[in-house]
Design a protein around this ligand. Structure first.
Ligand SMILES: Nc1ncnc2c1ncn2[C@@H]1O[C@H](COP(=O)(O)OP(=O)(O)OP(=O)(O)O)[C@@H](O)[C@H]1O
Ligand SMILES: [Mg+2]
Length: 399
């Protein structure tokens, strides 16, 4: 039994539902952004509190629990931001075999499911936003695992495909084909046309209940990349999801995978430092947080609520005997000049300016390729004390 999305019989209905979902996503994206700022204040202050108090104080485990919960909230917000990011994946030539392999290992870790990668060589790089496509693959892996509650194997195969016939729904060109096959309970004829619908779920009730958003998110991500996802399934035998993603030129330079920022428990200590730091952010609570963190670490700190003030302050400090040692710039400033324009102007004034970009949009091209824009590093919001202090120390001391 085959279901092909988005060409199935109820294509229009599906499209309309996806449009609705996308407008909800756009709204929740805005909320997620504000929420991310709040979370920065929550996590930042909790981590600062942990730094400042006695390790064996009675309240320490309570603060640690609150911090652990906010790390989960951070993951949820990230999912929401990824999904709501609208039409613009930040695409780079990516080693898709490696991306799928790493994602599958992460998705299935700790489960009773084995992943078998059918060896393939010469697979073209795909032109994708690794974080988004990773999310799409993750959702498929979780579904595959859930379809085999007593364990089993998921097989993943890759291939290169060239579409040249004009009667395919995709533009002619080179594509990478990924097939993810499980041997789970399969999908019934009654349901197969609905599985990509937002909120369609056959998963139980209570805590195990599914949101029914997993596949619609995967579908939306693949579609945004100019690709296609289809499924072939037989009840009692299993399901295979086929994905086609546009290939990039095989000779293109492949971006090394970005190191994950630490979200798990952070045993390391914050690093103190010295120097004068200018922080620019349009959220007063973030300025306050960064100010408290920096002062605790031993830095002198100054603030700007938008880019023009930051440039002005930087210029006068440079002309004085006490220039800034580093600046931390928020990427998006409501109603004012943001980080991208600010760094451009600062570079003109002082080509050796040391700047860190700070943003909740980790997939934003400026964040993803920060060095191309003149930044030395990036701190993703929400950040915690240890990571913040380490990055700043490296940048100020040009390590
Ligand atoms: N590999 C699979 N095997 C069997 N059924 C599947 C598989 N993948 C998806 N389905 C069916 O499609 C439905 C929708 O999947 P989707 O991932 O969108 O939501 P969900 O898994 O139910 O919920 P969530 O992803 O939020 O946990 C599932 O409830 C299930 O019925
Ligand atoms: Mg799911």
């Amino acid at each position: 039994m085959n279901a092909i999305a988005p060409d199935s019989s109820h294509q229009n209905e599906l499209k309309q539902q996806l449009r609705q979902l996308e407008s909800i996503a756009a709204l929740s994206g805005g909320i997620a952004h504000d929420y991310n700022n709040l979370l920065t204040a929550i996590m930042g202050n909790l981590s600062l509190a942990l730094e400042t108090m006695d390790a064996d104080a009675e309240v320490t485990p309570l603060i640690e629990n609150a911090l652990a919960a906010s790390r989960i909230a951070k993951t949820l917000t990230r999912t929401l931001i990824t999904f709501s990011k609208g039409g613009l994946p930040a695409k780079t030539p990516t080693d898709i075999v490696r991306l799928v392999k790493n994602t599958a290992a992460f998705s299935l870790s700790g489960s009773n499911i084995r992943c078998e990668m059918v060896p393939a060589s010469g697979i073209w790089p795909a032109l994708v936003d690794a974080q988004q496509v990773g999310q799409a693959i993750h959702n498929l892996m979780i579904n595959a695992a859930e379809s085999m509650p007593s364990g089993g194997t998921v097989s993943i195969r890759f291939g290169n495909t060239t579409l040249d016939s004009p009667n395919t729904t995709l533009p002619p060109g080179n594509y990478v084909h990924i097939a993810i096959e499980d041997h789970g309970f399969g999908i019934s004829i009654k349901n197969i046309d609905k599985i990509f619908d937002p909120y369609f779920s056959t998963k139980g009730k209570g805590e195990q209940k599914g949101t029914g958003l997993g596949l619609s998110i995967s579908h939306s991500i693949i579609a945004k990349h100019g690709g296609k996802i289809t499924v072939h399934s037989r009840v009692g035998v299993g399901s295979t999801f086929h994905i086609l993603l546009p290939a990039s030129d095989p000779s293109a330079k492949i971006e090394p995978p970005k190191k994950e920022t630490k979200t798990a428990a952070q045993p390391e200590k914050a690093i103190s430092g010295r120097g004068k730091i200018l922080v620019m952010d349009d959220e007063v609570m973030i300025l306050e947080l960064a100010g408290n963190m920096l002062q605790h670490l031993g830095y002198e700190v100054d603030f700007a609520e938008e880019g023009e003030t930051a440039v002005h302050k930087y210029k006068s400090a440079l002309a004085s005997s006490a220039p800034y040692d580093a600046v931390i710039l928020d990427l998006t400033i409501k109603g004012g000049m943001g980080g991208e324009d600010t760094i451009r102007q600062l570079k003109e004034i002082d080509p050796s300016v040391k700047a860190i970009v700070s943003s909740g949009y980790s997939e934003n091209p400026v964040v993803a390729n920060y060095a191309d824009y003149g930044f030395c590093d990036v701190v993703a919001k929400p950040y915690e004390m240890v990571e913040f202090s380490q990055k700043l120390h490296r940048v100020v001391n040009a390590l």
